[in-house]
Ligand binder design. Structure first.
Ligand code: ADP
Ligand code: MG
Length: 238
């Protein structure tokens, strides 16, 4: 239950239109990657879907529901940020449970969800530690755990690995792909890194200056890039 449809969506900041009319569908359960150079509108597009920015015109639907007027907290989407702002004084368990506590969920249900999330993320043995006692990768997993417990219709990632060193990045890339397989939930992943796009995506959306240059599987884009920009970006032989 996480099909996301953008119908003639535009976004302007003042007089500057950064997203001209754009149509896009992300299927339920798909791992979609938005890729393109810095400033091409990837974050803006993700923020529009999350509801952190309002569209200037057009419609965003989640399944068949018009989400355009729905505030971010009610869209049922989880935004996973680059920096993992955990509470340093709280245990991993409490950090993961935090959004559910805020929502005044039944304590037994909170325990069930936290333990299920910890199991999926291989954090079961770390639930009583504090963030300062974890590695960077483990902290990132705790942040993801905090999203998982809300059982969102989709996860939105904005360059979540860009603060990590190269070795850790490769490991986390695999972990996020693995998590997608286990949860089978829609994920939208923003990156400017071609390798991440090619290795993680079911569907790649190549953006340039707010315009979709091409949408397709990694293999389709590699074999039949629509233009030089896509070929150059994806690294196809020319
Ligand atoms: P990306 O994430 O691909 O690097 P962004 O979505 O952050 O790109 O930005 C796309 C364009 O929109 C850029 O030209 C950026 O300067 C502009 N932009 C983004 N957010 C704002 C804002 N709040 N106000 C004005 N311009 C913005
Ligand atoms: Mg960005």
């Amino acid at each position: 239950m996480g099909r996301i449809t953008l119908d003639k969506v535009t976004k302007s900041f003042g007089a500057v239109e950064v997203i001209p009319p754009l149509d896009l569908t992300i299927e339920d359960g798909e791992f979609a990657v938005f890729v393109g150079p810095s400033g091409c509108g990837k974050s803006t597009l993700l923020r529009l879907i999350a509801g952190l920015e309002d569209v200037s015109s057009g419609q965003i639907r989640i399944d068949s529901q018009d989400a355009t007027a729905v505030p971010p907290a009610k869209r049922g989407l989880a935004m996973v940020f680059q920096s993992y702002a955990l509470y340093p004084h709280m245990s991993v368990r409490k950090n993961i449970a935090f959004p559910l506590k805020m929502a005044k969920m039944d304590p037994a249900e909170i325990t069930r969800r936290v333990e299920a999330a910890a199991s999926v993320l291989n954090l079961t043995d770390y639930l009583d530690r504090r963030p300062g006692q974890l590695s960077g990768g483990q902290r990132q997993r705790v942040a993801i755990g905090r999203s998982i417990v809300r059982e969102p219709a989709a996860f939105l990632f904005d360059e979540p690995l860009s603060n990590l060193d190269a070795a850790l990045r490769v490991g986390m890339r695999l972990e996020i792909s693995e998590l997608h397989k286990r949860l089978a939930t829609t994920m939208i992943y923003v990156t400017h890194d071609q390798v991440e796009a090619m290795t993680m995506a079911d569907k790649i959306v190549v953006l340039q200056a707010g315009v979709i240059e091409q949408v397709g599987s990694p293999l389709e884009l590699y074999r039949t890039p629509r233009n030089k920009f896509v070929a150059g970006f994806i690294g196809s032989p020319t």
